[in-house]
Structures are given as C-alpha cells and as structure tokens.
Design a protein around this ligand. Structure first.
Ligand SMILES: [Mg+2]
Length: 187
C-alpha cells in the first residue's frame, strides 16, 4: 500500500508569489521581481498595501473579477510530480489554507488542472489532517506538523521564505518527495 501524502498548494504546487507579483505589476505599473519575494510578509513589504488585510482585499477580485487564486499557475513540474506519486501507488491529499472567498476558486482550480487528489482539505489547522508525509513551505505549518505528528515524515519544500526545521527533511523537487513516500509506503 502506498503512503498518504498531505500536500500544500501555495508555494509548493501553486506559484502564489509569481501570480500575485505579475498581477500586481500589471495593475499598478510596478517592477517587482519574483526573486524579491523572500519573506512571508512580502505582499505587505513590497507593495503599497502596507498591510496583509489590504493585500487580501485586493486579492479578492484582482483576477479579472475572480480571486487571485483563480488565476494562479502551477509551478513547472508540479502536476507531473503529483501524477508520478499516484502512478507509484501513493495517495495525494491536498491540505491547504485559503481565505473563505477563495474556496470556490480553489476547488475549480483543482478540477481545471486535473489534480489527482483523493481528498481536499481547506483548513487552518493542517495538522488535524492525518497523513504519512506532509509537504509544506510555511514554517508555522512545518513546526506544527513536527510537534503534533511525531510518526509522520515532514518535508520542507525549500523556498527563500523558509529555513531548516529540526526534524523535517528538505526537498526541492518531486523526485525527492516520491523517494520519501516510496521508503515509507505502508506494507
Ligand atoms: Mg504554502
């Protein structure tokens, strides 16, 4: 039997940074580079919004009237990576946190991109979802997984806005994720 992988969307499968930066630049005539996004608070620090609540208020309709989450693109290789997990007999469980206004766009995005998920959890408390492997890019989620899921493999998806977490493995590509899952596949 394969492993059950709890996989985050934004920052792992979905290019949240690239998406908001290109929308923002197009709308406000700025030249923010995706490479400038190196901290968790970048939407507040690099824009004129100056607060996350003002950023989210913009994100609610910045996608041609739909939310930002409607127009985000997957990272190169992400969809093939998820397919390779499923082909190897593993279960993909989406574990993501979204603002309420993005719930419908998130489900629609998952269908439009044919994400092969056996379950989709849109939750604030990610560690409440039971998985064998967790993949996330946010320090607070990685720490929470590590603290509350001692038997699970916790994988930090390496991004400029995170750093090593004690007890978590690092991954930069889907082959590494598959290797961790294969090693853990339940007999
Ligand atoms: Mg994330």
């Amino acid at each position: 039997m394969g492993a059950r992988l709890g996989i985050d969307l934004d920052g792992v499968v979905v290019d949240f940074s690239g998406g908001w930066v290109s929308r923002y630049n197009a709308e406000f005539g700025t030249n923010i580079a995706v490479g400038d996004v190196v901290t968790w608070g970048a939407p507040r620090e690099l824009t004129h919004f100056r607060s996350m609540s003002r950023f989210w208020s913009w994100a609610r309709t910045c996608g041609d009237g739909r939310s930002l989450f409607h127009v985000l693109e997957p990272y190169p290789g992400a969809l093939a990576g998820l397919d390779s997990l499923v082909a190897a007999g593993h279960d993909v469980v989406i574990v993501t946190t979204k603002p309420n206004f993005a719930i419908r766009d998130t489900h629609e995005w998952l269908v439009r991109h044919e994400i092969p998920a056996v379950e989709v959890h849109i939750v604030d408390d990610k560690a409440a979802v039971d998985c064998d492997v967790y993949v996330d890019d946010a320090m607070h989620n990685l720490q929470s997984y590590r603290d509350r899921r001692p038997d699970a493999v916790v994988v930090r998806w390496v991004q400029p806005w995170n750093s090593a977490v004690v007890g978590a493995l690092d991954a930069t590509n889907w082959d590494e994720i598959k290797k961790f899952a294969d090693m853990l596949g339940r007999a």
